[in-house]
Design a protein around this ligand. Structure first.
Ligand code: SF4
Length: 113
């Protein structure tokens, strides 16, 4: 890990602790009550951020291979060897591209079965 990464990580972790302390201090200042649910709020916020990052990463991965949902050509994900069909109805997945993949989609990494 380089020094810049270390500094950014330290700042983000420090900010998290500062926000938690601010929340506890604010609640105690206003209500005169120590709220031990602060950890739960932080956990919920972190989980929401994680899910948002996953969705963003999937979108980035799809745009990197120029994935399109409804291509005009005959090549479709359902005919690609990397496509993983859904168990029921709906979209499946891909061994290369993250996220929900439509069987009618297409990307430049297409490889016929
Ligand atoms: S590699 Fe591309 S064409 Fe093949 S299944 Fe994945 S997204 Fe579809």
């Amino acid at each position: 890990m380089n020094p810049l990464q270390t500094a950014i990580t330290a700042l983000s972790v420090g900010s998290l602790y500062a926000l938690a302390a601010l929340g506890i201090g604010l609640l105690f200042g206003v209500l005169r009550l120590i709220n031990f649910a602060q950890g739960a709020f932080i956990t919920i916020g972190a989980f929401a951020l994680l899910k948002a990052q996953e969705a963003d990463a999937a979108k980035t991965a799809q745009s990197a291979v120029m994935y399109v949902n409804h291509p005009s050509g005959a090549k479709k994900c359902s005919g690609c060897k990397f496509y993983i069909a859904a168990k029921g109805k709906g979209n499946g997945a891909c061994q290369i591209v993250a996220g929900s993949i439509s069987p009618n989609g297409y990307c430049v990494a297409y490889a016929a079965k």
